[in-house]
Design a protein around this ligand. Sequence first.
Ligand code: GAL
Length: 663
Amino acid sequence: MGIRLGAAWYPEHWDEVTWRQDLKLMREAGLNVVRIAEFAWADIEPSEGHFALDWLERAVSLAAEHGLDVVMGTPTAAPPAWLTQAYPEVLAVDEHGRRAQHGKRCHYDVTSSLYQKLCARVVEELARRFGPDERVIGWQIDNEYNRVSFSEQARRAFQEWLQGLYVDDEGRPSLAALNSAWTTSYWSQKYTSWSQIPLPAEQNHNPALILRFHQFVTEAYCRFQRLQLEIIRRYARPGQWITSNFMGFFHGFDHYRICEELDLASWDHYIGTGHLDLVRAGAAHDLTRGFKRRNFWVMETQPGCVNWAPINNMLDRGEARAMAWNGIGRGADAVLYWQWRSALNGQEQYHGTLVAPDGTPRPFYQEVKRLSEDLQKVGDLLDGQTIRAEVALLHSYDDRWAIEAQRHHRDFDPLAHYLHYYRCFAGRSIMTDIISSRAPLSDHGYKLVIGAPVHIIDEAIAAELKRFASEGGHLVLSIRSGFKDAHNRLHQSRPPALLQDAAGMYVEEYYALLEPVPLRLELGGQAIEGQGQIWAEWLTPLEGTQVLARYGSSNGWLDGQAAVTAHPYGAGWVYYVGAWLDERTQAALMGWIAERAGVRPVLAGLPENVAALRRGDAIVVVSARRERCQLSLPGRYRDQLTGRLLEVELELEPYGVAVLVPA
Ligand code: GAL
């Protein structure tokens, strides 16, 4: 089938004449998939228990007649007004105790068992009708899970969930175990009944409570999702897959957990204000690929502009094509635009679309057409091909929640710190996986693994990292690694706990920095005068550990102490980076480590905001630059989009794309 191209379509446009016109234009643009119904509950179940699916079935038939496959959305992100009026208790409650109002979406309380029952009923109707349907290739459950509810029912569900987590030796719920793990004697937090445990509706709660609450929200969405999964799977014909669409690095729940039960991961790629940064967008693609460690879909992307950003600027001409290719080069098997046609009313009137209210193409339509022409040329070449990376960055929602709740320095944004590492590799066109900190590392061919940081660590994580390094891998640990245990409790040994022997050092002290501290990095005879900013740690090396960088004079404590270390471990190496380094020093250090690890870029020496991505045997080159640029090639290639033979150089137009295979 090649790479899929599609758009979202909503029932507000439903009448046969309009739909036929739309389908004709979709076909002419080269679309082959349409996503429908994800907010259509009010039209699917106009009153309680009365279902109207014939129009939807007719829409599916007509799509098929025009050669388009269908992705069916379950409409549970938008409960209808009759439902919220009859059952106001299904509405979410915010931190201040206010119930959500009708008229928006995602206004439901995911922990409501009544809501789950009502969802199950509508999903069952849909699944019974469309599960066996050949024309429906897959399902999307709900839409962008995000709402957290602080209702009474959520609190009770949290308390119940905790009882399964904190148990005694015989597996019985144990408040003593919870009190001990949460250190609740502190500030008299000790609980004598499960019913006393609050939801963290205010700032500055117990770190264990905060972490567990995020995990609980994840489990609540898992349950909500599982209910729908089970129903759909009961009716689905073989081959129909099920996904849900996510929002990049949004961290309202643990995506690894949610994706365990899905067949496919997908995400919604928006830029909002500004322009395409290939590395920043690339990180979200790589993240999504890592959820199931295989190719993924871009379920929604921006047709020119959005309507919700501070400035809803239109992407430059050609930019959306580069945006799509940046995903395809990183393993996207489909790119779908949100949405096809402007709704005449509703909250998103100004959003970009492919077709205007009069049903004729907007200028952006041509851009999608061009993308479909690309895909006709190279779709087969890329079909079924996936990504093999030699570098893996570990990622953990627990770590992000733990640090976010206690930044210690207001500028310690865990995601910014993470991307500070990612950029050193992806920015140099080194294919990079982003995987869970709990993912097995063997059999993937990784040469370099980075924990930026591995903040919460337990025996299982430590054992896998040690195994990787001892078998010849290069392991980099950043600041704040090995600080906490699974209860978000401080480890009783110095950081990096459980990895001190492998890293050959420990953290003597950590410092939030008012001002940058100077440091000197020495890499194989070359010295770099750099800085640590925001956060610096005084490292104490153990025997046999090399010191790669030392601090200059600053707060007295750090003066002359080790800032970066390297330690041989088994057949491999473990590096500890003790400060948030300035960009130049960070790039030099990571470049040096990558070289030692034998990691190679797909193409070397590319200009800023140009990426070379390897998918199977093809190299996808994408420019997100406004001006032309040249790059040199290490051999002879043929660009499969233009058919041109390239000897030593490739010239790219603004936002240009090439798909190269060795010639
Ligand atoms: C997404 C959402 C879509 C649409 C889009 C607009 O977050 O899933 O339904 O609202 O934003 O950019």
